[in-house]
Unconditional design. Structure first.
Length: 404
């Protein structure tokens, strides 16, 4: 309780008013004077001390509030609301809205029931079968078998991910999978190039070789066209190897990538997803600087060290890995451990339409389940910028969008 000057002085004043001018007055006059002086001193001392304590308490409270706000902000995706997606399959990114639009502009009949259509295009979060996941590619591919369908798919997917904060993307697709209605691989590539011209999003294209038994000629054609259309930025910028990794081993494609390297074409390879760390070792031995997924590297500590030592970038996709059962349990998902070991990890969506996800939800998953910090999130964004298949000029421009 605050003590006022009046509360100190009034009792003394009343004493002197009632006292008669006797010896008592004389004897107490000197004492009274000293008492008043002492009272004033104590009043000033305690009020000053109280003021200091109050100011200190206020400052402590402000500091605590600031700490709480900083802690809250570190986990808030609003601090970083711009993203890159380096591992995005076109045929896996077709949502029901995009599918319906592609069907309409091409006059293709499509399921009218919204729930049934979504089930044809995607799997639920508790997907238990890899076959269920792979079956979801059939419908999207059927909608991209004409130049119009393919170019519009690129535009619509680009606009969709842009609405989630993506401001740079590398969309990958296999030209050989778009020949069902007579399109050539070259026509498919030209259609995709036309598509990226119709969006304001910064998009580059990655062409995929496909793993298989009898498609060597198709892969050779993809390689020839990659050489023809390769640019530093603004078009075809790299190659990839996709498909059934566990059945068609990465080692089978050593000669193909020997020539890719000779031609100076940048590339990434799906490895360590359906197959183990040996697949990653093969990809690195080919000269890959980026690995699609690489989630199973932890099964061999030597491979983990090889990735760290060579600065290999991992294109990780948690939701996809969960649904394809790349790991027995997501509780042991190794992304955070890779980060702590100094491995260059990036976060991506893989097949966002099939997985019913987007880049924001991928980051939210890590924040919620693994306490991803602001610094770790920032580092993954920077990793993505540095690993992008583009020019240094574009990388600097991308980095300038952030206040890191």
């Amino acid at each position: 309780m605050k003590v006022t000057m009046e509360q100190f002085i009034n009792p003394i004043t009343e004493f002197f008013k009632t006292a008669n001018k006797s010896v008592v007055y004389i004897e107490f006059s000197l004492f009274g004077t000293l008492f008043i002086v002492a009272a004033i001193f104590l009043y000033l001392f305690f009020n000053k001390k109280k003021k200091i304590e109050t100011e200190e308490d206020c400052q402590k409270e402000k500091n605590e509030e600031k700490k709480l706000e900083n802690k809250k902000n570190q986990k808030s995706p609003k601090l970083i609301n711009k993203y890159l997606d380096l591992h995005l399959h076109l045929d896996g990114a077709i949502t029901k809205e995009i599918a319906r639009e592609l069907a309409d502009i091409q006059g293709i009949p499509i399921e009218t029931d919204e729930e049934k259509l979504e089930n044809l295009l995607s799997v639920s979060s508790d997907c238990t079968s890899l076959n269920d996941f792979l079956n979801c590619f059939s419908l999207p591919l059927s909608l991209m078998q004409t130049p119009l369908g393919l170019s519009e798919a690129i535009r619509l997917v680009a606009n969709n991910i842009q609405s989630h904060g993506v401001f740079y993307a590398e969309i990958r697709f296999a030209p050989q999978l778009h020949k069902q209605k007579g399109m050539s691989q070259e026509q498919a590539i030209l259609a995709a190039l036309e598509g990226i011209k119709k969006t304001s999003l910064k998009v580059n294209l990655i062409l995929c070789f496909m793993r298989g038994d009898d498609n060597d000629a198709e892969n050779e054609e993809t390689l020839r066209l990659a050489r023809k259309y390769l640019v530093p930025d603004g078009g075809v910028v790299a190659l990839d190897l996709a498909g059934a990794e566990a059945i068609y081993k990465t080692s089978k494609y050593r000669d193909l990538f020997r020539r890719v390297k000779i031609y100076g074409i940048p590339f990434t390879i799906h490895a360590g997803e359906a197959d183990g760390p040996e697949s990653i070792k093969d990809a690195i031995s080919f000269g890959a600087k980026r690995i699609g997924h690489g989630v199973r590297a932890f099964e061999d500590p030597e491979v983990v060290e090889l990735i760290r030592e060579k600065g290999i970038v991992l294109e990780m996709c948690p939701t996809s890995n969960k649904q394809t059962h790349a790991l027995d349990s997501m509780e042991n998902y190794p992304l955070m451990d890779y980060l702590e070991k100094g491995i260059k990890v990036t976060l991506n969506t893989d097949d966002m339409g099939i997985s019913r996800t987007n880049i924001i939800e991928e980051f939210n998953f890590l924040e919620t389940n693994f306490n991803l910090s602001y610094e770790q999130k920032k580092n993954m964004i920077i990793n993505s910028i540095n690993a992008a298949f583009t020019t240094d000029e574009i990388k600097n421009l991308l980095l300038s969008q952030f206040n890191f």
